[in-house]
Design a protein around this ligand. Sequence first.
Ligand SMILES: [Zn+2]
Length: 140
Amino acid sequence: MRCAICSRQAKGFGWFNARLPRTNPRRYSDKWVFCSKRCLNSFSKIMKKTDVHMIDPSDLERQAMRSCLIPLGEYVASISMERSLADYSQEEVLTLIDVVVTAYQEHMINEHERIAEKESAFFEERIARQTQTASTGVPF
Ligand SMILES: [Zn+2]
């Protein structure tokens, strides 16, 4: 099972929708598993603030792939721009894969944390506005 945020191996961190009764099958999903408390927390914040609305993962995945371009280019340049991939040693290919996978995972985690923070600010502002309106007795 893969972490829903960064695609690393999931390690016993799970999430369920506590707003739904235990009998509702939508309360749980086998996709809501995580590699770390960090990934679980960013997912949990987003789900709490967005009323259990998911973010479009394909957009994030495309951005994460783009975020690999610079580290990939830097690593290739550090080896030599003249050598073809066929001339790389196995160790160099493994390092190249590691550079790309690490950049991808970091982007996915950072982006989820950023979205969770942005959503928090948005909802806090809405709640503050509602509270203000309620205290003056003026409807929306
Ligand atoms: Zn993760």
